[in-house]
Write a protein that binds this ligand. Structure first.
Ligand code: FDA
Length: 490
């Protein structure tokens, strides 16, 4: 076992970890960033398209793990997409330097002000909307597709059909910003540059076009010369030393997932940014196996951000379906959030299957009626999630109402082949909460009962934010790090 001392360590290189790294490095503070996945750019590995996935598609699995149609065998490899399976829910996460930004759809949505205020009554809402959200969007390189391009591009037929049908049904549609570079996509369309979004790349990673964190925050942080990124470093647990520093127990792994070295890094200051499930697992497991002291609120107020997948089969016989060719990058949304009875937000999602399946796919974001809770199961050595059908029954009602309204106006049926009879209550892309800001931590992400331990990631958001969450995670990370650096790093 190798023992190393460091001043500041961050675990996890997603949104929270990348913001923390940049803001510390900018202040000349050396940072070590531990990431269990690959440093993709350094590795030279290519990301896989959806219709022809190779070993890079999934984290140490022998079969693909898309939300449906997993017909592909894989060779075990530290791939980009991982799925955590629980009895009533499956949670997808990204692996590698850049975390979820490598595999997500890039939808960069600022939440509704009123809902943000409801979720975070103690934060300065005005400052978030005048400063932290604009800052997050600027650093993430959020942009909006030109309407002219979307109207003329045959890869966006699914969006035109989706929006037209939504309007027919009386729903309000909205244009959704993204971090995929739409100027690049316009060039892809003209075949001036290699295709990525227009070549079926997204949930297994994009080889071009997407401004993932390795191209934004982490690139800037690396340019300071203060950032050390250690890939394939999987943290097993943490413990506290008598001098109050933290010991981080690490397995260095190869691309088959086998431990090739055991390391202990001692850190004076430790930032947990392993994502909602990762940070929860580290804290709850460390308590169970290394008597690490944690606050009693840890594991509480967990939620799936109201994620619910559904789809419609399209029956307008002569209209040609949603298109043979589809961009993987969503740009359309349906905003039904203000409705009293059925409040929801819908992403008009692509279904880039390489054939015209005449199916519309929707990712709904609903409110939560009841939180879930996360615990550590020592016997089975994994997380337990208290989450079942009772948590999603109102989301299913919303989906039924949505499909009924759409079908009445446009024709069509529920897509019985997708998910479970057309209802994907168990599909979760947005796990949030469990280490909630102001409950398990102070108002800035400092863990209760600890002096030099911070949590900066999606676990700070209490289970729901009403839209796709990474802009919010980034803005909250900016806000926390500003205060933490000012007060704790002088
Ligand atoms: P994030 O999960 O990004 O990063 C955590 C990192 O820590 C990972 O790289 C992980 O490997 C690492 N890690 C975990 N445990 C570790 C350990 N023990 N040791 C070392 N490293 C460890 N959101 C959105 O706003 N718009 C969208 O369009 C989408 N679309 C979407 C599609 C798909 C398929 C997925 C899976 C997710 C989305 N999301 C999304 C969600 C979004 O990607 C997600 O909310 C953020 O990535 C969460 O950011 P965090 O900083 O919390 O962690």
């Amino acid at each position: 076992t190798e023992m190393i001392d460091k001043e500041v360590v961050i675990i996890g290189s997603g949104y929270g970890g990348s913001v923390a790294a940049l803001r510390l490095c900018e202040k000349n503070i050396p940072v070590t960033l531990l990431e269990m996945g690959l440093d993709w750019e350094k590795s030279g590995e290519k990301f896989s398209p959806m219709i022809n996935p190779g070993h890079s598609a999934a984290w140490l699995k022998t079969k693909t793990i898309a939300p449906f149609m997993n017909l592909f065998r894989l060779e075990k490899f530290t791939g980009a997409l991982d799925r955590l399976d629980f009895e009533h829910i499956k949670i997808w996460v990204g692996r590698g330097v850049g975390g979820g930004s490598l595999v997500n759809g890039g939808m960069a949505v600022t939440p509704k002000k009123e809902y943000f205020k409801e979720m975070f009554p103690n934060l300065d809402t005005e400052k978030f909307y005048s400063h932290y959200f604009p800052l997050a969007n600027k650093e993430l390189k959020t942009n909006v597709a030109s309407e002219e391009f979307l109207d003329g591009c045959d890869f966006y037929k699914f969006k035109r059909v989706g929006e037209e049908e939504a309007k027919n049904a009386g729903f309000k549609t909205v244009r959704v910003p993204n971090v995929y570079d739409f100027k690049y996509m316009e060039k892809e369309y003209k075949e001036e540059v290699p295709r990525s979004a227009l070549a079926g790349e997204v949930i297994y990673g994009n080889n071009h076009g997407k401004n993932s964190l390795d191209k934004t925050y982490l690139k800037k942080a690396t340019a300071t010369g203060k950032l050390e990124i250690l890939e394939l470093h999987k943290v097993n647990h943490i413990s506290q030393n008598p001098d109050k520093s933290y010991s981080i127990d690490i397995s260095v792994i190869n691309t088959k997932g086998e431990e090739i070295q055991h390391k202990i890094i001692n850190a004076k200051k430790l930032i947990l940014s392993a994502g909602t499930m990762g940070s929860l697992e580290l804290l709850l497991k460390s308590k169970a196996v290394a008597q690490f002291s944690i606050d009693e609120n840890i594991g509480k107020e967990w939620g799936n951000n109201g994620n619910f997948m559904t789809g419609r089969n399209w029956v307008k016989a002569f209209s040609g379906g949603t298109g043979f060719k589809q961009s993987t990058i969503p740009v359309g949304g349906i905003d039904h959030w203000e409705d009293k009875e059925h409040p929801f937000f819908v992403e008009i999602a692509p279904l880039p299957m390489g054939m015209n399946v005449a199916t519309s796919l929707y990712l709904m974001v609903n409110k939560l009626k009841k939180f879930g809770e996360v615990n550590y199961n020592l016997k089975e050595q994994k997380l337990d999630l208290n989450w079942d059908k009772s948590h999603t029954v109102h989301m299913k009602d919303n989906a039924k109402y949505f499909l009924k309204t759409m079908n009445k106006a446009n024709g069509g049926t529920r897509s019985h082949l997708l998910f479970h009879n057309g209802f994907g209550a168990d599909v979760c892309y947005h796990p949030l909460g469990g280490i909630v800001l102001g409950k398990a931590t102070d108002q800035f992400g400092r863990l209760n009962g600890h002096k030099n331990l911070y949590v900066i990631d999606g676990s700070l958001i209490p289970g729901t934010i009403g839209v796709n969450p990474f802009v919010t995670i980034t803005a909250i990370a900016e806000y926390c790090m500003e205060e933490i650096i000012r007060k704790d790093f002088v």
